[in-house]
Write a protein that binds this ligand. Structure first.
Ligand code: NDP
Length: 278
């Protein structure tokens, strides 16, 4: 049976095995998918062992997305632009390894498909300037956004991203946002939610038509989502749909079969709610 895996450290929390097993069942694809805890200093060796044992492809998560660049023979444009790889594909004929990055397309598909929201001509604010932001900038620009403003605690990192991409981009420090007009879309890509925190933000960033999106997913509203609800955002979402959509794109790259993401997202959401408080 064709072997796939997700590499990370830690990895026990990963929902990727469950997502890909559901995709495989739904599409009748004959594959196995496991979670592999790679040693912090040993991602490349762990990947090579997996390939030597017949591994056909993998997902890569924290903290190996940058290191995964080094095991690739070729990179997709998306991976080059993101300077990070979350999907590895082994060509079964040549043995060559292609690196791709499906995080950005996952976010855009979730916003368009599951949230039914068009990004064309919208004023978009991204909070944060880390690895995830590098992956989502180009896919957002390709939707024809009007403005893409990146605000980060360390403003130099946001400025560096503005220089690295071409489009209607601007940057600032997080603590200057009270001087800005409201945005149509505010995306929280800081890792603050992971520790139950969020940057201090003015309510004036949102209107009743705004979409507020947290890349982190959670059974309960994250601090950013709570803030957005209180500030009157029209739509508030977490990153579970992005997680499922980036996986669906990876599955397609491996198998050339596109799974239906909606039932898988619904199953994960139900499970997340059922586990709440356990
Ligand atoms: P990084 O560590 O690369 O970047 C973290 C960012 O958060 C930096 O911009 C950092 O600012 C900022 N930050 C951290 N703590 C705070 C704080 N207390 N206040 C303000 N800013 C803060 O992380 P990633 O970019 O890889 O990931 C970001 C988030 O996106 C994570 O929560 C991750 O789980 C999520 N994610 C979700 C995905 C999904 O499928 N749903 C996919 C990928 C990521 P500074 O530069 O100043 O340090």
């Amino acid at each position: 049976m064709d072997q796939y895996a997700v590499f990370g450290h830690p990895i026990a929390h990963s929902r990727s095995p469950q997502i890909h097993r559901m995709f495989a069942q739904q599409t009748q694809e004959n594959l196995e998918y496991q979670a592999i805890l790679a040693p912090l200093e040993g991602f490349a060796a762990s990947w090579r062992t997996f390939v030597a044992q017949g591994g056909c492809g993998a997902n890569v998560t924290v903290p190996f997305k940058q290191e995964a660049l080094s095991v690739c023979d070729t990179l997709s444009t998306r991976a080059q632009q993101a300077q990070a790889v979350n999907t590895l594909i082994v060509d079964q004929q040549s043995g060559q390894v292609q690196g791709d990055n499906t995080d950005g397309v996952g976010l855009v598909r979730d916003i368009q498909t599951h949230l039914n929201y068009s990004l064309a001509n919208k004023r978009v604010l991204i909070l944060g300037a880390g690895g995830a932001v590098r992956g989502i900038i180009q896919p957002l620009l390709e939707q024809g956004v009007h403005t893409l403003h990146i605000a980060n605690r360390t403003p130099q990192k946001a400025q560096a991203l503005v220089v690295a991409f071409t489009g209607p981009l601007s940057a600032s420090a997080l603590d200057t946002l009270d001087q800005m007009a409201a945005f149509d879309v505010v995306i929280n890509a800081t890792s603050a939610s992971l520790s139950g925190q969020m940057p201090t933000l003015p309510a004036s960033l949102l209107t009743t038509k705004s979409l507020a999106y947290d890349l982190v997913y959670s059974a309960q509203a994250t601090p950013f989502m709570q803030w957005a609800q209180q500030a009157g955002a029209g739509q508030v979402a977490d990153g579970l749909g992005m997680l499922v959509e980036q996986a669906a794109e990876a599955f397609y790259l491996w198998r050339q079969v596109r799974p239906h993401s909606a039932p898988v997202l619904a199953a994960l959401r139900a499970q997340l709610s059922a586990n709440q408080g356990k």
